[in-house]
Design a protein around this ligand. Structure first.
Ligand code: URA
Ligand code: SF4
Length: 265
């Protein structure tokens, strides 16, 4: 058995086979059916050999979080700490991400956090296009299950998947419609710098705190669009030119958890 196969299951409830059958047969997704579907994807990721990155991994990192969240964060790929623990964003970049979330009153357990590639590229190099292509079906299926209102991209690679052709220097802090072909049927995407970039440059870090402050307003706008637009009429043009202005975040007091927190049950 390889270390990857020994990796623990996603944190969360366990289900009996009767509960699994009932959840999978239910007409609408339930918290249990989502958790079970995500567990199934995670198990496939841990056993995956679809690209060369499987050869160098200690553990694959499928992603983790609340199965009923409205918000999915997508990074680039596991680093050394993530590869050791089998969990996303658990090193210094992850600590910074948690601090960004804390400034808007959110905890990482309330959202879902994953990456474009699920296995660590050697020496933290950028993932190659064929590795990204091999791994994308997993993200696509995770997004189909989660059906988020908002995707927050962390860094260029993740942004490139959801806002083709965008440049991070212009696109960070902006909100765009998402092409349902990504798996997210009716989501908007909000771009941020990668927290690792913020760790290297104080001006990027400052900007990232500002961008994080815009997440609750981005979620409200994403919710508004989702409830206002019938699925068949939703825009599929996710190009930078199609950006939607993000309303300014309220500048008074802490975020109102009832209004701003991701919904979970
Ligand atoms: N950087 C990423 O892009 N993803 C992680 O999970 C950790 C660091
Ligand atoms: Fe499979 Fe993705 Fe890992 Fe490649 S990076 S081996 S496609 S899980």
């Amino acid at each position: 058995m390889t270390p990857a196969e020994r990796a623990p299951a996603l944190e969360g409830p366990t289900f009996t086979s009767d509960e699994r059958r009932a959840a999978l047969e239910a007409p609408a997704p339930t918290p249990a059916s989502r958790a079970i579907a995500l567990e199934g994807i995670a198990a496939e990721v841990r056993a995956c050999t679809r690209c060369r990155l499987h050869a160098g991994r200690t553990r694959a990192v499928p992603g983790e979080g609340h199965p009923d969240t409205e918000v999915v964060f997508v990074g680039e790929g596991p680093g050394m700490n993530e590869d050791r623990q089998g969990r996303p964003f658990v090193g210094r970049a992850g600590d910074l991400l948690v601090r960004f979330l804390a400034t808007i009153g959110w905890r990482r357990e309330e959202v879902f956090i994953t990456n474009i590639v699920k296995c660590r590229p050697p020496d933290n190099r950028d993932p190659e296009p064929d590795e990204v292509a091999a791994c994308l079906p997993y993200l696509q299926r995770q997004l189909q299950v989660l059906d988020p209102a908002l995707i927050v991209t962390l860094g260029r690679h993740s942004m490139g998947r959801f806002i083709p052709g965008a440049r991070i220097g212009q696109a960070h802090g902006t909100l765009h419609p998402v092409d349902p072909a990504t798996g997210a049927g009716s989501a908007m995407v909000y771009a941020m710098y990668h927290p690792a970039a913020a760790l290297r440059a104080p001006d990027v870090e400052r900007q990232s705190y500002d961008d994080a402050a815009g997440i609750p307003a981005a979620l409200l706008e994403a919710r508004r669009r989702r409830s206002a637009t019938p699925a068949e009429a939703r825009p599929v043009d996710a190009s930078p030119a199609n950006a939607v202005p993000t309303p300014s975040p309220p500048d008074t007091g802490p975020a109102d958890p009832a209004l701003d927190a991701p919904t979970f049950f």
